[in-house]
Design a protein around this ligand. Structure first.
Ligand code: SF4
Length: 347
């Protein structure tokens, strides 16, 4: 049945108006429907109780809502919460809530699985299924915000689009979800509090700049040496560091926004002096910040975390170049909080 109906959350405002006109309904109903969909986050059209029964029936005949559900919730000893979501077609993906002293950050997914298959990533080992819709991306924030209020007594303060999948390969749905999250008729979240992280899709980075999407950009670099990056992130064979660098330069020229680089430190793989030199050379192209991330090993892992002294030497070298650098500790290790670990187990 669902296949014959249309996902109402994929409609534009104008398409909702067109439907109302065709059905002989008043146009002000659009505002009511939009509120139910994006502010109240309903999972069924029957919940729209300020619409007439006959309009609800008409909506039910033509549309459905692809609302996701929480399948599992795991709270770590360090209070990180990992949520396993399930779609209406029974696919699993993850979102994470990360509380800190003055903020609660939601890490959300944009695809079920990921076609990019980075060698260190648990998501890369799962079968890639499909893009998440804009509604499914939105739902994660909606549900994680409710959880944040219940668990940490605080609203979400930040969103990182850094979970399962490559957001720039699901550009339209991701940007539409961000539009709704930031709009007054959605959740009204400041775009300054949203960071999109990419493995490096040059045309997507260029499009973000051209479309003037006013969020923060983070690039998962993990190596600034092509041969090493080819091994860690196969997407580098298609879009090498030169094409990535050209896209970042263009983005920076247009937006003047500081780029954040994510760099996962893997013991004896990308944590040498030579790696640090290459990283600081690469990141010269714009104002930037470098996040060094401690590796969180998964079961039967071929990688190991960098030794403490190597992390320190790496960080110190970056500081000698007057670059802003932070070290991010792995969180939620006891609950498989690394991207994709929980969905991998489920599937
Ligand atoms: S690290 Fe990101 S881009 Fe790479 S496989 Fe995992 S989810 Fe995909």
């Amino acid at each position: 049945m669902i296949n014959e109906k249309i996902n109402i959350r994929n409609l534009t405002d104008q398409e909702i108006i067109n439907f109302l006109i065709e059905q002989g309904e008043k146009q002000f109903r659009k505002e009511q429907i939009i509120k139910w969909l994006w502010q109240k986050g309903v999972s069924s059209l029957n919940e729209m109780n300020n619409l007439t029964e006959s309009l609800r029936e008409k909506l039910n005949t033509s549309f459905y809502i692809d609302k996701i559900k929480i399948a599992e919730k795991h709270i770590s000893k360090d209070t990180t919460t990992k949520v396993l979501f399930v779609t209406i077609d029974n696919l699993y993906f993850e979102g994470v809530l990360i509380p800190d002293r003055d903020r609660v950050t939601a890490c959300i997914s944009t695809q079920v699985g990921c076609p990019l298959k980075c060698s260190f990533c648990a998501t890369g080992k799962i079968k890639y299924h499909r893009n998440l819709s804009s509604g499914e991306i939105f739902d994660q924030v909606f549900e994680l915000n409710k959880l944040s209020e219940a668990q940490y007594k605080r609203k979400l303060s930040n969103i990182v689009v850094m979970g399962m999948g490559e957001p720039l390969l699901n550009y339209n749905n991701t940007i539409r979800a961000i539009d709704i999250l930031t709009s007054a008729s959605g959740l009204g979240i400041s775009p300054q509090r949203i960071t999109l992280s990419t493995a490096g899709i040059p045309e997507g980075i260029t499009q973000l700049a051209n479309d003037n999407i006013n969020i923060n950009l983070s690039v998962s670099l993990h190596s600034a040496i092509d041969s090493k990056r080819d091994d860690l992130m196969p997407i580098n064979k298609k879009h090498n560091l030169k094409s990535l660098s050209d896209a970042i330069k263009y983005y920076y020229q247009k937006t003047r926004k500081r780029i954040t680089y994510e760099y996962l430190l893997l013991g004896e793989i990308n944590d040498s002096y030579e790696d640090a030199v290459a990283l600081t050379e690469f990141t010269k192209i714009s104002a930037c910040k470098i996040n060094l991330i401690e590796y969180n090993p998964t079961e039967n892992d071929i990688y190991k975390p960098s030794k403490k002294e190597r992390v320190k030497q790496f960080e110190d070298y970056i500081k000698t170049k007057n670059l802003v650098v932070t070290i991010r500790k792995s969180k939620g290790q006891d609950i498989n909080a690394a991207c994709g670990q929980l969905a991998n187990k489920k599937q």
